[in-house]
Design a protein around this ligand. Structure first.
Ligand SMILES: CC(C)(COP(=O)(O)OP(=O)(O)OC[C@H]1O[C@@H](n2cnc3c(N)ncnc32)[C@H](O)[C@@H]1OP(=O)(O)O)[C@@H](O)C(=O)NCCC(=O)NCCS
Length: 203
């Protein structure tokens, strides 16, 4: 099931970064290390299963980068805590977990998000999209990809500056492959529409 997505993800990864995915499976919660469990103890079994799957992928990528397959804790705001010299991001929907990892160098901030290939629900369009985004993007699946991009931008931005962003605090230019945060951050976007929608935000 992940073959097509896995291939599509490889085309997104910038130089020095690795991206991987995994179908979330029963039992993936047991991949969480003790310290990781403690950092997310109050979460449901379903949430811990998805987090376990994401960390299986993350540890595979760390190993491929010749780094120790370290614990990836959640900090108080939910962001992943990477080993020294590494940046990365995790995401999951109901079925698939994804991770991106790189050695600090070219890019210093990265965020990833994954969503099912479904239209952006009409009743959240005004919450998610600014007026100019609504004028520029009319296709409902592309609107979902824009939503995915905003979540990726938040994950790239929040760990660096601690600023909470609403959806309207981020302006996405999908054709131009850029996003602009209220806080001044400018992010390169890389997106794919495969078995799932995936967005990467890089700065
Ligand atoms: C960060 C956030 C967008 C994640 O979205 P989500 O749909 O709940 O979850 P996803 O599956 O896409 O991603 C989960 C991963 O995001 C990462 N994450 C969570 N909070 C994060 C943060 N503050 N910064 C960076 N990454 C974060 C974690 O690695 C998490 O994986 P884990 O649960 O296995 O540890 C959401 O939890 C959040 O904090 N939202 C508040 C801000 C917001 O929604 N603003 C409007 C959109 S810009």
């Amino acid at each position: 099931m992940t073959g097509e997505l896995s291939q599509a993800l490889q085309t997104l990864a910038p130089s020095g970064f690795l991206i991987g995915c995994r179908e979330i499976a029963f039992g993936d919660e047991s991949a969480l290390l003790d310290a990781e469990m403690r950092s997310m103890a109050s979460r449901s079994i379903v949430a811990r299963r998805a987090s376990g799957a994401a960390r299986i992928v993350a540890r595979q990528l760390l190993t491929q980068l010749a780094l120790p397959a370290a614990a990836v804790l959640r900090n108080v705001s939910g962001a992943p805590v990477w080993p020294q010299g590494v940046i990365g991001s995790l995401a999951h929907d109901d079925q698939i977990a994804v991770a991106i990892i790189g050695k600090t160098g070219g890019f210093s901030r990265v965020g990833i998000d994954i969503e099912p290939v479904e239209p952006l629900a009409q009743d959240v369009v005004d919450v998610v999209m600014t007026a100019s985004e609504q004028r520029n993007i009319s296709d409902a699946i592309e609107r979902k990809l824009l939503f995915c991009a905003k979540e990726a931008v938040y994950k790239a931005s929040h760990p660096a500056d601690g600023e909470f962003l609403e959806y309207h605090d981020i302006e996405v230019d999908l054709p131009g492959r850029q996003a602009f945060a209220r806080t001044g951050g400018v992010f390169e976007l890389r997106t794919c529409m495969s078995s799932h929608l995936v967005a990467l935000a890089l700065a």
